[in-house]
Design a binder for this molecule. Structure first.
Ligand SMILES: O=C(O)CC1=CCC(=O)O1
Length: 262
């Protein structure tokens, strides 16, 4: 467990191993444990950095008035603090938006990206406003069942109810204001133009049953970046590294090897 005050906010992070840096940015309503299974399948010889974004996991929750720019600056400041340059950034959903924003703002920090179940623009503003209103009225609990349906494939939901209950706890224990701040940040973010200017090795992945960022949306974002590849992970929803860790780790490791990280 490692801590730093980043942009005035307490940040929980983990910096483990030595070698080429690979940075993981997690999704809305999850903390850094979302990467446990995937990281366990990566070889030694990598420097693995994970963190809980503001308002999630063990990290602090600043006052209102922050957005995607602050989330990007938080990761930039963490990597500056850790003296990391030229990382591969693996971003899941909002974490993938943070990765795209970071690559645009600080190309010195990002040499390659894995965009996992994410897009340059996620959802319509009205959808996010409706989610925010539902949570204001009834807490994260009010949307938990719908979110779990998008996170996991039908087969996993049927076969692993106890594990699903743990993921539900992770979601519903996310501080409401942290969750809502990230919903508003996603709602207000459109990276289509800046992502189309990116020129770096990129792998885009999507679970074939992802109901939040469906495969076609992820494919469209990949198509913005010349040379980016797209791969479908079968039998997975929004969290392929949780549901299909072997397949997801293999895709990421092949990409890291191709680009000289592993
Ligand atoms: O909560 C969801 O629907 C999934 C999701 C969207 C953006 C993100 O980070 O997670």
């Amino acid at each position: 467990m490692q801590a730093a005050v980043i942009n005035g906010c307490l940040m929980h992070y983990a910096d483990q191993g030595a070698g080429a840096p690979v940075v993981f940015a997690n999704s809305l309503g999850t903390d850094m444990r979302v990467w446990d299974r995937l990281i366990a399948r990566l070889p030694e010889g990598l420097r693995i950095i994970r963190y809980d974004k503001r308002g999630h996991g063990l990290s602090g929750l600043p006052e209102d008035g922050w957005g995607m720019g602050d989330l990007v600056q938080d990761l930039a400041a963490l990597l500056d603090r850790l003296e990391v340059r030229g990382a591969a950034v693996v971003g899941l959903s909002i974490g993938g938006m943070i990765a795209q924003g970071l690559a645009a703002e600080r190309p010195d920090l990002v040499r390659a990206m894995v965009l996992m179940d994410t897009a340059a623009k996620i959802g319509a503003p009205g959808m996010w406003d409706a989610r925010i209103a539902a949570i204001r009225a009834g807490g994260v609990e009010a949307v938990a069942d719908q979110v779990l349906e998008r996170w996991f494939s039908r087969a996993t939901r049927a076969a692993r109810p106890d594990e699903l209950a743990l993921w539900r706890n992770m979601l519903t224990r996310t501080p409401v204001e942290g969750y809502l701040g990230c919903c508003a940040a996603i709602r207000d973010t459109d990276l289509l133009e800046s992502t189309a200017r990116l020129r770096l090795p990129t792998l885009a992945l999507a679970g074939d049953e992802d109901g939040s960022t469906p495969p076609d949306l992820v494919r469209e974002t990949a198509a913005l970046i010349p040379g980016a590849r797209f791969a479908l992970v079968r039998g997975a929803g929004h969290l392929p590294g949780v549901e299909r860790p072997d397949e997801t780790a293999r895709l990421i490791l092949d990409f890291l090897k191709e680009n000289g990280f592993a």
